[in-house]
Ligand binder design. Structure first.
Ligand SMILES: Nc1ncnc2c1ncn2[C@@H]1O[C@H](COP(=O)(O)OP(=O)(O)OP(=O)(O)O)[C@@H](O)[C@H]1O
Length: 330
């Protein structure tokens, strides 16, 4: 098997509240191959963003990386000092966030902000940085790039600003691009354009992409592998092209039912009853148990481990046998 670009093993991140410590991300493992596309899905509060921040050394002070390893091109990022993480961030691993309006500085032109990223990581002249910025704007589909590099963020639409953010993220030809809800703040048609752009850039540049979203269909369309998270744990990891037929975890199946309901315009908005418990109320056993239609007594007590289901397919559920039977019976 080829060496993965990123190999995350048993990652645990805790929220410190006084003397208490709660695992917000609890023993997560996954890999991304060079040029691979991983989608991470889950509701708000499932810990998706904390993983992205841990990978880039940007965890907030209240969070602590308790255990696990993050190997990136063989380097142990969990041990890397902040100065090393600053080098890696933007150059080898870059991030695109949800809200380009707040991520861009309103007082500088968009072109200057992209040029600055280039000059921070590479020894190039202002002129060369300008030319590369124009080329990057063109690459991310910004029309008339020679003119648009002089635009301030407020002179651009949300979609164009997100293209600038992607240009900035790709400026130093990173090996891994993490896009955290990159389209959530955008209209549906623009969302599609941005995802298509990410797919095209991934193919063109060979950058690996980790796409984080609460939107399962969007992620499944883009990614090769989909990791479904619930309350800080992996519920299921499955190949994107089979997840709609082969999902085994009741939570993944709930997300699929919601997605299908939305698509077919079912009159009542389909939802999974209840909400992700807040960290202080995480139960001792399976964190999904209180919302799970298949939960049994054991689920409230025991933490389910990941079980192999098929090639590249694992799920963490104590009732997997039951789920198989249900599927066969239905
Ligand atoms: N600075 C913070 N202080 C305390 N708790 C936090 C902080 N940041 C995040 N959390 C908590 O950590 C958990 C995971 O948050 P995270 O942002 O990773 O979730 P998420 O899946 O990315 O959700 P969203 O889609 O809303 O960003 C949540 O329960 C959240 O309330």
């Amino acid at each position: 098997m080829a060496e993965p670009l990123l190999d995350v093993s048993d990652l645990t991140i805790a929220l410190k509240i006084g003397a208490r410590s709660i695992n917000i991300v609890d023993g997560i493992s996954f890999r991304i191959d060079p040029g691979g596309r991983l989608g991470v899905v889950g509701e708000s509060g499932s810990g998706k963003s904390m993983i992205a921040l841990a990978l880039t050394g940007l965890l907030p002070n209240v969070m602590q990386l308790v255990s696990g390893s993050i190997r990136f091109q063989g380097e142990a990022l969990e041990l890397a000092p902040p100065a090393r993480m600053r080098q890696i961030r933007g150059r080898d691993i870059s991030l695109v966030f949800q809200e380009p309006a707040t991520a861009l500085n309103p007082v500088f032109t968009t072109g200057r902000q992209v040029s600055e990223v280039l000059r921070e990581h590479e020894k190039i002249s202002a002129r060369e940085a300008r030319n590369r910025t124009i080329e990057l704007f063109r690459q991310v589909g910004i029309p008339a790039p020679e003119r648009r590099i002089s635009d301030y963020p407020h002179q651009m639409s949300g979609g164009m600003r997100q293209r600038v953010m992607i240009a900035m993220a790709l400026a130093c030809r990173p090996r891994l691009l993490i896009a955290d809800e990159p389209t959530t703040a955008l209209d549906a048609t623009i969302q599609e354009q941005i995802i298509d752009l990410l797919a095209a850039l991934q193919e063109e540049t060979g950058v690996a992409v980790m796409l984080i979203s609460h939107d399962l269909p969007l992620v499944a369309e883009f990614a090769e592998q989909v990791m479904v998270m619930y309350a800080g744990r992996v519920a299921e990891i499955a190949p994107a092209d089979t997840i709609f037929e082969a999902a085994m975890h009741p939570y993944t199946r709930g997300l699929i039912a919601c997605a299908i309901g939305l698509e077919t315009g079912t009159s009542r908005l389909p939802t999974i009853e209840g909400q992700v418990p807040p960290p202080l109320q995480f139960p001792p056993g399976c964190r999904f148990a209180s919302r799970c239609p298949h939960a049994a007594a054991q689920c409230a007590q025991s933490v389910p481990g990941l079980q192999p289901i098929g090639p590249q397919h694992v799920a963490a559920c104590l009732r997997l046998d039951q789920m198989t039977k249900l599927e066969v019976a239905s």
